[in-house]
Write a new protein. Structure first.
Length: 386
């Protein structure tokens, strides 16, 4: 790809968005230029052309839109700087205080709109909501016109019994923008806290936003909204369990809810991979299955499972064992495995997601840094007969 791509990790993933014609958008953080670079890929995952890219420090998600693409971008925000907390001695590596932007680009990669979703209050003021040095991954979803962006954020609150001082807490934020990039009412400023991971999807009738909380709540939580401005209907599971012994996987829309895989403590010790349906209504997951074939799960946090729709009626599950990515296929009707697991030999970071192309293939991008970005594809056309 040229340039100097940042190694993929929690803050600098390479992200890919399949398009309806079989091509794809690719975006990544360039370490040398301190900006977000973009490229268009052919239907065979080779480089078609470089695109202009956008200003920013990190890109966390991208999705294709009818006229181009939308990106979740973290950018420096000097407007909110506090000498105490921004590039100050109290922040690791003197990191910036930033903003979360929803950036829209056209078919040629040119900027269409840029919407800042965080607030403009000074970081050292009560109610400030911004991106700090920790925990700021983001995910995007769309219903075809409205775009939802769910991201981990920071907020300043009054320090108890210390006048004029703030404490900075980690949580998450859900926002929506319309097809023209204008913010619309709905979502929330402050959701799970602390929020270790977030996922979002649209299933045709509802938005789903799922978090991994460690205090408020100390649980996994799914919020369901029929419209952006609707009150969230929530369900929780794994309440009161050790947050370092559980992890969210992928979130895949279904007609009656959302499939999600996740890791939880095993009854006999160690960890267990689970697949469950988070229903459109109800207070607990349903159709929950333990994936017994997923053995030897990596157990040093952060660990992650992966999930994406494969073809029209299957799910692709992934997990790591001994550092290697294992893959298996399940029916999307009942969640039962029909193929695998197999060792894939493919690379994926713990904080990346798999995405489904319009033809049913599953893709993700990965870079160990430098001038190369690898596009991995699992083809739906190779599915075995039922």
């Amino acid at each position: 790809m040229g340039g100097n791509a940042a190694p993929n990790d929690e803050y600098t993933p390479a992200v890919i968005a399949p398009r309806s014609d079989g091509s794809a958008w690719l975006a990544w953080t360039d370490r040398s230029a301190a900006s977000i670079r973009m490229a268009a890929l052919t239907a065979t995952d080779s480089l078609d052309r470089a695109l202009p890219g956008v200003a920013g420090l990190e890109v966390h998600a991208i999705l294709a839109t009818p006229g181009g693409a939308a990106l979740a971008v973290v950018a420096d925000d000097p407007d909110i700087y506090s000498p105490k907390y921004c590039r100050g001695s109290s922040t690791p590596d003197k990191n910036v205080c930033g903003r979360m932007d929803l950036v829209r680009v056209g078919g040629d990669g040119a900027l269409l709109s840029r919407t800042t979703l965080t607030k403009k209050g000074n970081v050292d003021s009560v109610g400030a909501q911004f991106i700090w040095w920790y925990g700021h991954t983001a995910r995007l979803a769309t219903d075809g016109s409205t775009i939802g962006i769910y991201y981990r954020s920071a907020m300043s609150t009054a320090r108890p019994n210390v006048a004029g001082e703030v404490d900075i807490h980690a949580g998450d934020t859900l926002k929506f923008v319309d097809a023209n990039g204008k913010a619309v009412a709905g979502g929330w400023d402050w959701g799970c806290s602390h929020s270790w991971s977030v996922r979002t999807a649209w299933n045709g009738t509802q938005w789903g936003a799922t978090c991994h909380g460690d205090a408020y709540p100390n649980a996994m939580q799914q919020a369901r909204l029929a419209t952006p401005s609707a009150a969230a209907d929530t369900l929780q599971w794994l309440a009161g369990t050790d947050p370092t012994q559980r992890a969210l996987g992928g979130l895949v829309g279904a007609s009656d809810g959302f499939w999600m895989n996740f890791i939880q403590p095993a009854a006999t010790g160690g960890l267990s991979l689970q697949l469950a349906k988070l229903p459109n209504r109800g207070t607990a997951p349903v159709q929950q299955l333990g994936i017994g074939a997923a053995t030897g799960l990596d157990a040093s946090y952060p660990f992650r499972p992966y999930l994406a729709a494969l073809g029209s009626d299957r799910l692709l599950l992934g997990w790591k064992s001994g550092g290697a990515l294992m893959l298996a296929v399940a029916n999307a009707s009942d969640g039962k495995l029909v193929e695998g697991p197999v060792a894939s030999g493919l690379a994926i970071d713990q904080f990346q997601d798999m995405v489904t192309a319009p033809n049913g293939d599953v893709l993700w991008a990965y870079s160990a840094g430098g001038s190369q970005i690898q596009v991995n594809r699992v083809a739906a056309c190779k599915l075995p007969a039922r």
